[in-house]
Write a protein that binds this ligand. Structure first.
Ligand code: GTP
Ligand code: MG
Length: 484
């Protein structure tokens, strides 16, 4: 079977966020001038943009990987890193975006409609931005977050620019196979083609698609043969091409009566279509002229078809005669048709794949680790990614954030024991309670990181949290992180 170019799987990778930097301002006679580490830049997004000049998904077929630029790291002197470059991918109007599991992400309609297919990672905050009253000179910064990366399926509903019509064995599949890279099944028994094949053809500057449908027979419009379902596939075609077998030996069949018979089917079928097919340009291809009798017949009927105002092309898919002229003629008609179509509205909608649930978190028992727990949630998982685990202070900051969100409290409620295994995102660690919710607190001041030194010193925010916890158990979620 042929390759379906109207359905492609693409791999989109947004840029990573740049790391924040920990830096201290230095001046003569002012050795510790305060933190001045800048923030990392945001990673670039991969964005799908509807462009009415694009008609196929062919480019993605050849280049399925797309990645946007990374954000630059922050620098000292409060210099923020540059944002990564967005990558815009131009897609045809009517492109449907799905997850690999077939879940609909978006239906991209209208010039300029945009979908952020992969969101760039946030840049990490530098130590200047992390400074607060309680933490005057942070000796750490946050890491940039990795950009989103995943596979998406693109599908294009408007099947083809050119639709082939013809009796079984007229040579429709053969024609597509010689004009394009599609490799449909070809055989000399009728109804070889069971599903529509799509081929992509280039004629000069124009790229267009051609749909091969199963052979039609009289009565198709009432469901005879295989044709009815497939008539639908030619509904949106710019050009209809009659492929006529000039070498058939069946009685009562000749090129003219074949065309008439199929036109009658189309007329019959048309009322059920949104668009009227009778106005659609038509071309007649007289096939198999490599056979001498067929060429004679073709030359005989050509004037009569031309008299009906239809362009005629004598071709042979076997000897490849006449194909070039046909390709260029089709390209021209397709161009004219496209130019005559009303432009799609510029809707400029920006769509995001899914709403970001930024609020809470859940804790479940870890089925893999007896006595262990898994913490899930957009924020805790992000915080893990932002943490530089080689920096003790950064780890302490993470612990603060998790405690303020109420993670520890929930762990305690669920019966977590000190030393049990806790997983958050990619991080697996042995849990040591650090907050009032976890252990009886010894109240002390706060210097560098307390918990790593195991001396249980507590900061102002934790004291506040402890107070709140005593008064209003279970409302830690209200705490907003100070950097968001
Ligand atoms: N001699 C000759 N044979 C051809 C030519 N084009 C197609 N054929 C033969 O005609 C037979 C039918 O060709 P297909 O391309 O499968 O015809 P189709 O119109 O797709 O048929 P269905 O799928 O059944 O509707 C095959 O045996 C082809 O080899 C041609 O230009 N010359
Ligand atoms: Mg076929």
């Amino acid at each position: 079977m042929s390759r379906f170019v109207d359905r492609v799987v693409i791999h989109v990778a947004a840029g990573d966020g740049g790391n924040g930097v920990a830096s201290v301002h230095r001046e003569k006679f002012k050795p510790l001038g305060g933190p001045d580490g800048g923030n990392g830049g945001k990673g670039g997004d991969v964005v799908l943009v509807v462009d009415s000049q694009v008609h196929t998904l062919l480019d993605f077929h050849f280049r399925p990987h797309a990645s946007a630029g990374n954000g630059k790291g922050g620098q000292g002197g409060n210099r923020d890193g540059a944002n990564g470059q967005d990558l815009e991918l131009r897609v045809p109007d009517g492109t449907v975006v799905l997850t690999p599991d077939g879940e609909l992400v978006a239906d991209l309609v209208g010039e300029g409609t945009r979908l952020i297919a992969a969101q760039g990672g946030r840049g990490g905050l530098g130590n200047a931005a992390l400074a607060s009253k309680a933490r005057k000179a942070p000796g750490f910064a946050l890491l940039g977050e990795p950009g989103e990366a995943h596979d998406l399926v693109l599908e294009l509903k408007s099947v083809a620019d050119v639709g082939l019509l013809g009796f079984p064995s007229a040579g429709k599949s053969s024609l597509i196979s010689v004009l394009s890279a599609a490799k449909p099944k070809i055989a000399d028994y009728p109804f070889t083609t069971l599903v529509p094949n799509l081929g992509v053809i280039t004629g000069g500057e124009t790229t267009f698609t051609m749909a091969d449908v199963p052979g039609l027979i009289p009565g198709a419009a009432e469901g005879k043969g295989l044709g009815l379902d497939f008539l639908r596939h030619i509904e949106r075609c710019a050009v209809l091409v009659h492929v006529v077998d000039c070498a058939t030996y069946e009685p009562n069949r000749d090129p003219l009566s074949d065309i008439d018979a199929l036109e009658a089917e189309l007329a019959e079928y048309t009322p059920s279509l949104a668009d009227d097919l009778s106005e659609r340009p038509r071309v007649v291809v007289l096939n198999k002229v490599d056979i001498p009798e067929a060429r004679e017949l073709a030359e005989l009927v050509r004037p009569e078809i031309e008299a009906r105002g239809l362009p005629v092309f004598e071709v042979s898919t076997a000897s490849r005669e006449g194909l070039r002229e046909l390709t260029f003629a089709l390209a021209r008609i397709v161009e004219e048709y496209r130019a005559s179509r009303p432009k799609a509205e510029a809707t400029r909608i920006v769509l995001r794949p899914r709403a970001v649930d930024d609020a809470g978190f859940t804790v479940v028992e870890d089925p893999q680790a007896p006595g262990g727990f898994i913490v899930r949630g957009e924020r805790p998982e992000r915080w893990i990614r932002q943490t530089d685990f080689s920096n003790d202070e950064a780890v302490g900051y993470l612990a603060d954030r998790l405690a303020r969100l109420g993670v520890e409290e929930v762990l305690v409620k669920m019966g977590a024991q000190p030393g049990c295994q806790v997983s958050i995102g990619d991080l697996v660690f042995d849990w040591e309670p650090t907050t009032p919710a976890g252990i009886a607190m010894t109240m002390t001041g706060r210097g560098t990181d307390a918990r790593l030194e195991q001396n249980n010193r507590v900061g102002a925010s934790e004291r506040l949290a402890a107070k709140k916890a005593r008064r209003l158990p279970g409302v830690y979620d209200e705490y907003e992180d100070d950097d968001e």
